[in-house]
Design a protein around this ligand. Structure first.
Ligand code: IPD
Ligand code: CA
Ligand code: CA
Length: 257
């Protein structure tokens, strides 16, 4: 299955790379700062067509439009066609295509592809995680020697105070903060040792389903901000890290901010 998913995702890369006049194809959805482009819709349609032609009985959950099947039973695909849409619109070149396959509520395969750097992050449950052809592992570092990727939960004003209280605490405890604009890439960066912790106060399953498996298969930890497993059927806070950085987060009481 992984090679089929990789093939399907790679075919969508050129849609992002060759996009022109993106600004004319942007619409706002679910409030200010939350955008959708014709390219998000196109990539999701391409993936839906490819995956359901191969597995016609599978459920399909996609960020765009009315694609909210139940991912908790049977085979389900959970897709974010462009994670980092604002970056994409701005030409910031930090976005990824994310596809997870889940069986009975458990993620079994994950693919996150950054077409700008041709970086393909993959994982299969129980078999490991890879960046292109190279197996990846989280770093052994803790917070004090670590970079922290902090998502600003920008679509949820009610999360701002907690987010910026956490930003201050994490800034004081770590080497520095990063804010990439793509939660899936942040998680993959923890998985391959470029960063030590990632957190965001609210994300959707398509933001973390694929990359979450990549983190755990690379030896990292992931949960919500109170240590509970991440759901595939609703929004959740997310905390991922190297085992050391993840534990230090709780030891320092940051979950109670
Ligand atoms: C967003 C990005 C961003 C994160 C947001 C996500 P989108 O996804 O991952 O980094 O802060 O919470 O919703 O909307 O670009 O697919
Ligand atoms: Ca997303
Ligand atoms: Ca998206």
């Amino acid at each position: 299955m992984l090679s089929y998913l990789v093939n399907a995702v790679r075919q969508c890369g050129p849609v992002l790379l060759e996009a022109e006049e993106i600004g004319r194809n942007v619409a706002e959805k679910d409030g200010p700062r939350n955008f959708v482009t014709a390219y998000d819709v196109k990539v999701q349609a391409m993936l839906r067509e490819q995956l359901l032609s191969r597995w016609p009985d599978a459920h399909f959950v996609g960020e765009e439009g009315d694609c909210q099947d139940d991912a908790r039973h049977g085979l389900a695909f959970i897709v974010d066609p462009i994670d980092g849409t604002t970056n994409f619109i701005k030409g910031y070149r930090a976005s990824a295509i994310s596809v997870a396959a889940a069986q009975d509520g458990q993620t079994i395969c994950g693919v996150v592809y950054d077409p700008y750097t041709d970086s393909l992050f993959t994982a299969e449950r129980g078999r490991g995680a890879w960046l292109n052809d190279r197996p990846i592992q989280v770093s052994k570092r803790g917070l004090a020697e670590g970079l922290v990727c902090l998502g600003t939960a920008l679509y949820y004003p009610e999360e701002r105070d907690r987010t910026f209280a956490l930003a201050r605490a994490l800034f004081d405890a770590s080497l520095d903060l990063r804010r990439s604009g793509s939660a899936a890439l942040d998680l993959c960066y923890v998985a391959c040792g470029r960063a030590e912790l990632m957190t965001e106060a609210r994300l959707c399953p398509w933001d973390y389903a694929a990359a979450g498996l990549i983190v755990t298969e690379a030896g990292g930890c992931i949960s919500d901000l109170s240590g509970q497993p991440l759901p595939l059927d609703r929004k959740s806070s997310v905390l991922a890290g190297t085992p050391r950085a993840y534990c230090e987060f709780f030891q320092k009481g940051m979950d109670r901010l």
